[in-house]
Design a protein around this ligand. Structure first.
Ligand code: AMP
Length: 522
């Protein structure tokens, strides 16, 4: 039997990364085949004669600015969306799970090459706001990539783990995770108590990130080129893409230096462009203010003040912009924690959790830290739980009125797998039919919840008020099993299952696994 290792994977909107735990229990990023710590989440699908051959990462990103059409990116935005498809030039159509699986396979294979050991298991991270369908879609993407998915972990929880927020003993801590990536912003307040990481509040803007800073710099470059008598860089698609790449370089330069420049070639002539950090900061102020307002709102919805927050943790490549740090320091009165590379924190935390959940203690595989090493570093194991993000209930008629209400059987945030029973009774004498309506949502008003399924059940004729029990069980695959019991006799009246429509079925996951597994991923 070949023994494999468990890795932590940050499957990001713009970039992804993989990490493992070293023998001393410290998580480390595993470099990809290009020697980089992160891999752009970009896929170029091209046909070289043997069907689609996905090219993942930096090279695909470069192509993205030139070809555009055969490139899939920002797929994470469509996770769990059953209507989304990527159509390749060969006429094949891929789900968001399949495209994500291509990224995961590339990361898996890169780790295997670097470490010379098979990768069998993974913990994959997701934003805290992801609902059940999107979490399950992420799990499926991992399975399609040939991974045993040990868990789907919240990104802010992973980041907190990487920053060494301790899970030892009875420590209590409340941290704020500020995550500004390439195209998304998330802010999350976490309560950490022993091994439990509880999300107290989370908010964000799914269309705000470093990409907006690049766009602003692009305009600044264009202004300077035109002021030197040059043509507009914004008119021609080719020039636009070159300028976009240079804008990102200037931005990165401004993170360490007060000025940064570039030589822009458009219309056959070159122009020297110089950007001052102060001017750049003025131009991006409105974006930072938007994140500041969301941070304030999130603190308010958690009903907390800055005095309650022990640490502000920075996550995402765009937090390297010094103005972000300054803004947060002024706002919170605290020095934000930057002890970890912000674009690596999530993958590092996922690696910690992967080592803790790995089926074998990884020390036995050689040079990897296992459970005991991690426990030495971080403290107790983290209880990371898949929980229901929405309640499951049934429609009942309110006693002595005909008003329909949604009665919750499994409340939201219940750890999975879950099993709970709700009770109701017959409405009138000799009633011979009983209707069970399974709902999803947290509102008491049936108008504001979704009906997942319904069953009409024959019952023996009893006097009014005969008790009926409905038990829901909800497994990790998020299939709802329903069991209706006649409490008078204790006999089962009916059982049925509801499979969620927004996700792939088991058989579809298997098919996708064969399809994607048969491809060579470059
Ligand atoms: P992420 O999604 O966390 O990988 O963040 C990617 C974003 O971070 C992109 O918009 C990058 O341009 C940006 N980024 C990476 N490094 C830097 C840096 N040194 N300074 C400013 N932005 C950066």
């Amino acid at each position: 039997m070949t023994m494999g290792i468990a890795v932590g994977i940050d499957l990001g909107t713009t970039n992804s990364a993989a990490a493992v735990v070293d023998p001393t229990g410290v998580p480390r990023i595993v470099r990809n085949r290009d020697g980089a710590n992160t891999t752009p989440s970009v896929i170029l699908l091209q046909d070289y004669g043997a069907g689609d051959e996905p090219l993942v990462g930096a090279q695909a990103k470069q192509h993205a600015s030139r070809v555009g059409s055969d490139v899939a990116q920002h797929v994470k935005r469509y996770m769990g969306d059953p209507t989304w498809r990527f159509d390749s030039a060969t006429g094949s159509s891929y789900t968001s799970e399949e495209i994500s699986a291509m990224i995961l396979r590339r990361l898996k294979e890169d780790v295997e090459v670097q470490m010379n050991v098979p990768v069998t298991d993974a913990v994959i991270t997701v934003p805290a706001y992801f609902d059940d369908a999107r979490r399950l879609a992420t799990r499926h993407a991992g399975e399609i990539a040939g991974l045993n998915v040990l868990g789907v972990l919240n990104e802010p929880t992973a980041a907190a783990l990487a920053y060494g927020v301790s899970t030892r003993g009875n420590t209590h801590e409340t941290v704020l995770v500020y995550d500004l990536g390439g195209g998304t912003f998330d802010v999350t307040i976490l309560n950490v108590s022993g091994g439990d990481f509880t999300v107290l509040a989370t908010d964000g803007d799914r269309r705000l990130g470093g990409y907006d800073f690049d766009s602003e710099l692009q305009l600044m470059i264009d202004e300077q080129v035109r002021s030197q008598g040059g043509p507009s860089c914004l008119d021609d698609l080719n020039a636009l893409n070159v300028v976009r790449e240079q804008a990102e370089q200037i931005k990165k330069g401004l993170s360490t230096a007060a000025t940064a420049g570039a030589l822009i070639v458009v219309g056959g002539a070159s122009y020297r462009v110089i950007v001052e950090r102060s001017e750049f900061e003025r131009r991006i102020e409105r974006f930072l203010n938007r994140t500041r307002d969301l941070v304030i709102d999130t603190l308010e919805s958690a009903q907390l003040g800055w005095a309650d927050i022990s640490r502000v943790l920075l996550v995402g490549g765009s937090t390297r912009v010094p103005a972000v740090h300054k803004m947060l320091k002024v706002l919170s009165g605290k020095e934000p924690d930057t002890s970890i590379n912000p674009d690596e924190a999530v993958a590092l935390g996922a690696a910690v959790q992967a080592a803790l959940l790995a089926p074998e203690d990884q020390e036995t595989v050689g040079y990897l830290g296992g459970r005991s090493a991690v426990e030495g570093y971080i403290g107790a194991p983290v209880r990371v739980q898949d929980v229901t993000s929405q309640g499951l209930g049934e429609i009942l008629l309110e006693r002595d009125s005909d008003k329909k209400i949604n009665s919750i059987i499994i409340p939201r945030n219940t750890p999975l797998p879950a099993r709970e029973t709700g009770y109701s009774s017959t409405r009138y004498d000799n009633q011979v039919r009983f209707v069970t309506t399974v709902t999803q949502g947290d509102d008491r008003d049936p108008e504001f919840v979704v009906t997942l399924g319904e069953a009409i059940i024959d019952i023996p004729p009893y006097p009014k008020g005969a008790p009926i029990a409905t038990t829901y069980s909800y497994d990790l695959d998020q299939i709802v099993h329903v069991e209706v019991i006649d409490e008078t006799t204790g006999l089962q009246l009916e059982t049925f299952e509801i499979e969620r429509v927004s996700n792939l079925k088991k058989s579809q996951v298997e098919e996708a696994k064969k399809r994607i597994g048969g491809m060579t991923i470059m």
